[in-house]
Design a protein around this ligand. Structure first.
Ligand code: 3EB
Length: 327
């Protein structure tokens, strides 16, 4: 059985994983330097290659292909440990967990357990410096006030993290899926060396959101500069300060998201804008708005690879959210 032990190749950090969109999962998995490959599908299936994760979001638009894959400059080892799958190579580590809420007494307990297990694994892995996290849960906007499932997820996540991120949270995404309600998925990219956390000058840091957004502020930074200088960009929505903007208006929300993304790049000291080296994922609440969103992005970011997925934003009033990378 594979163990999460350092191999000789893990002692130096190679270039950041390159994130691409493509058409063939078998082709992505056939390469020995593939750290992770993602297909997007609301159906659950038996686990196979630990590097392959089925993300429970439906594909709405995939002009560059509906398979996402990450490749490093080294061969990759991989394995499973209970509910956890991992792959590592070149000083980079991918860890993924699928959890059933029913096994942990609900969304908060499942989030707590998922994070506790994830952090325990990361704590003993040499490449356990977390750069980026993704979270997908069902019915994210169900429940009133502090009982909204997203807020319960935030509560459990913070407890499960404990003091693991005492120095600061990594970049993240938390989006609602339309698969089986009790399916919680968490995955991350970590490395031998820490990244640098970045906030957005147009926005209040999420971990400093005021009480009105829930008892536990969301545990993420707006972006992470990877050890090699690349930028991992958190889920970015139409929020200025801490307030949602342009309720119910699609194009103004998209304009605000682009302004937030550009402000983040400028703040990060990146001279280049969004081009072919900045793949983006777009989470779309209402599938009937897909075409308008896709056309908007084709017009404003014509060179940027994009993948449009059916996902609910963690604030019920928001229609769209974008995350991605800048190499
Ligand atoms: C926001 O800016 C939108 O809870 O991990 C974006 C990215 C959002 C990550 C998270 C939430 C999270 O507040 C929501």
């Amino acid at each position: 059985m594979n163990q999460a032990c350092p191999s000789p190749g893990d002692s130096t950090l190679t270039a950041a994983p390159r994130v691409s969109y493509g058409h063939s999962l078998p082709t992505a998995l056939a390469a020995s330097n593939t750290l992770a490959a993602f297909s997007f599908d609301t159906q659950r299936a038996a686990p196979g290659d630990p590097r392959h994760l089925r993300v429970p979001l439906g594909v709405l638009g995939a002009p560059y292909g509906a398979i996402e894959y990450w490749q490093v400059d080294d061969s990759v080892a991989h394995g499973r440990e209970g509910e956890l799958a991992w792959a590592s190579g070149g000083g980079w580590l991918f860890v993924a967990m699928d959890v059933n809420e029913a096994d942990h007494g609900g969304v908060a307990g499942a989030s707590e357990q998922a994070y506790a297990q994830l952090c325990a694994f990361l704590a003993r892995h040499p490449a356990g410096q977390v750069q980026r996290l993704w979270n997908y849960l069902g019915q994210i906007n169900t429940g009133d006030g502090d009982r909204e499932r997203y807020k319960r997820f935030c509560d459990g996540r913070a407890i499960g993290m404990g003091d693991f991120f005492a120095e600061g949270f990594p970049a993240a995404t938390a989006v609602g899926h339309h698969a089986a309600e009790g399916w919680l998925q968490v995955y991350c990219l970590a490395a031998l060396k820490p990244g640098t956390r970045l906030e957005n000058p147009r926005q209040v840091a999420a971990w400093q959101y005021p009480r009105q957004y829930g008892p536990t502020p969301p545990s993420f930074a707006r972006a992470m500069r990877l050890p090699g200088g690349e930028l991992a960009i958190s889920g970015t929505a139409s929020i200025i300060g801490h307030e949602s903007q342009h309720i119910g208006q699609l194009e103004p929300q998209l304009d605000e998201i682009l302004a937030n993304l550009e402000a983040l790049l400028t703040h990060a000291g990146s001279a280049a804008g969004f081009d072919e080296h900045s793949p983006l994922k777009v989470y779309v609440r209402h599938p009937e708005q897909t075409q308008a969103i896709d056309e908007y992005l084709a017009r404003h970011l014509p060179e940027t690879p994009r993948l449009l997925l059916h996902g609910d934003i963690c604030r019920a009033e928001l229609l769209v959210e974008i995350d991605g990378w800048r190499y």
